[in-house]
Design a protein around this ligand. Structure first.
Ligand code: 6CS
Length: 343
C-alpha cells in the first residue's frame, strides 16, 4: 500500500457504503493489540473500530483483542499473516526477526527529538511505505500505518548516568536483536522477554530495569517495583499496524479506501492521545510514588550514550547489509528534511 488514501478526496464515505451489497451479511474484523485496555494502542484500535462501523453503516464491526487474549506480540503478527485475524499492532521492537530492516527504528538517537517530526515521518515516509513494502508482503503482511507512542524512559533499581553505571545491569528489552545490540553498546546486559513477564521479572529481581513510554510504565505498574525513572532521549516508541496482505487485496476498492482513509484520519488523533496519556500518567506516577527519583540526563551525560549508539548503528548495518544501509540512509534524510521544514 502507498499513501493513496491521502488522494482519495471525499468520495470514500459514499463508496464505502456502496460497497456493501444489498442484504450482504454483516462482517466482523478482528484487531489485536500488544497492549492492555486503556493503552495508546487500545485508544487507536477503539477509534478505528468506531469509525469503520460508522462508515460502513454498521455492516462491519471491529472486535478489539487486548494483550493477553491472543498471545505475545510475535503470535499476533503470525495470526495476521495466516489470516486468522485481520489487523494487529506489530512494533519494530518485536518485528525484527521477521523484517530485519524495520529494526532501523530501534537504532538509538536516530529519530528526532521533536516528536512532531517523528509523527510526520512515520505517517508519510517513502522509505517505510515503498522501500519496505516488499519485505512486509513477503510475510503476507500489508503495512497500514506507523505511529509514535512517546519517548521511551528507563526505569531502574539504581541510578544510571553513564555507560559505566550499566555495568552488570540486566536491562529488559523487547525481543529485537537490534535492541540487544543497542543495550550491549550502552554497557548493559540486555535481557529480552515478553511484555507480560516484565513486572514479575522486576519484582523477583531477574532484571534490574526496563524501558518503555511513560503511559506503559504507569498502566503496567513497573514504577511500583523500581526506584528511578531516567530520561536519556535515546528512543521514541514506535508501532506499526499491519493487515493480512491477501485479505486486504481481496477487498473491494471501496473497503480498502475506507480502511486507508480511516488510517489517515487517525494520524493526528493518536498523536494527541499519546501525548495526553504520557503527560497525565506521569502525574499519576508522581502522586502514587513520590519517592521515585526522576532523572533527566544532562547534555554531557547523554552524549556518552550517543557516542555508544554509533556501535549499535554499525551492528544494524552488519545485520541488514545493503538493503539496511539504504533504509537507514534514506530515513535519516527524511528526518533531516522534516526537521528543516518544521524549524
Ligand atoms: O515493551 C513491550 O514489549 C511493549 N511496550 C509497549 C509500550 N507496547 C507494546 C510492546 O509489546
Amino acid at each position: 500500500m502507498t499513501r493513496k488514501l491521502l488522494f482519495a478526496a471525499g468520495t470514500a464515505f459514499a463508496l464505502a457504503l456502496g460497497a456493501q451489497a444489498p442484504g450482504a451479511a454483516a462482517a466482523e474484523w478482528k484487531f489485536a493489540i500488544e497492549e492492555i485496555k486503556g493503552s495508546v494502542q487500545d485508544a487507536y484500535a477503539q477509534e478505528f473500530a468506531k469509525r469503520i462501523e460508522e462508515k460502513s453503516g454498521g455492516e462491519i464491526t471491529v472486535t478489539v483483542y487486548p494483550y493477553g487474549t491472543l498471545g505475545t506480540s510475535a503470535d499476533l503478527t503470525e495470526l495476521v499473516a495466516n489470516g486468522a485475524i485481520q489487523f494487529a499492532n506489530a512494533s519494530p521492537g518485536h518485528l525484527g526477526t521477521l523484517i530485519p530492516e524495520i529494526q532501523v527504528f530501534s537504532v538509538p538517537y536516530l529519530l528526532s527529538q521533536n516528536d512532531q517530526v517523528n509523527k510526520e515521518v512515520l505517517a508519510n515516509s517513502e522509505t517505510l511505505y515503498q522501500n519496505l513494502e516488499d519485505d512486509f508482503e513477503e510475510q503476507n503482511l500489508e503495512l497500514l500505518t506507523m505511529y509514535p507512542e512517546g519517548e521511551m524512559v528507563w526505569t531502574a533499581n539504581r541510578e544510571i548516568r553513564n555507560p559505566e553505571d550499566f555495568d552488570g545491569f540486566k536491562m529488559r528489552t523487547m525481543v529485537s536483536p537490534m535492541l540487544t545490540e543497542a543495550y550491549q553498546a550502552f554497557g548493559a546486559n540486555p535481557t529480552p522477554m515478553p511484555y507480560s513477564e516484565v513486572y514479575g521479572g522486576l519484582q523477583l529481581k531477574q532484571i534490574d530495569g526496563q524501558v518503555n513510554p511513560i503511559f506503559a510504565i504507569q498502566e503496567m505498574k513497573f514504577y511500583e517495583v523500581q526506584d528511578y525513572m531516567i530520561w536519556a532521549g535515546q528512543q521514541t516508541f514506535t508501532t506499526t499496524v499491519v493487515t493480512n496482505n491477501d485479505w486486504y487485496e481481496s477487498l473491494s476498492d471501496a473497503q480498502r479506501t475506507m480502511i486507508d482513509e480511516t488510517v489517515a484520519e487517525l494520524v493526528d488523533f493518536i498523536f494527541e492521545t499519546q501525548r495526553e496519556f504520557n503527560e497525565t500518567r506521569l502525574e499519576k506516577i508522581k502522586d502514587s510514588k513520590p519517592e521515585l527519583t526522576m532523572i533527566r540526563l544532562t547534555d554531557e551525560e547523554r552524549a556518552a550514550f550517543e557516542e555508544r549508539a554509533g556501535e549499535a548503528r554499525e551492528k544494524f548495518l552488519e545485520m541488514t547489509g545493503d538493503s539496511g544501509a539504504e533504509v537507514l540512509n534514506s530515513l535519516e534524510q527524511e528526518i533531516e528534511q522534516a526537521e528543516k521544514k518544521m524549524n
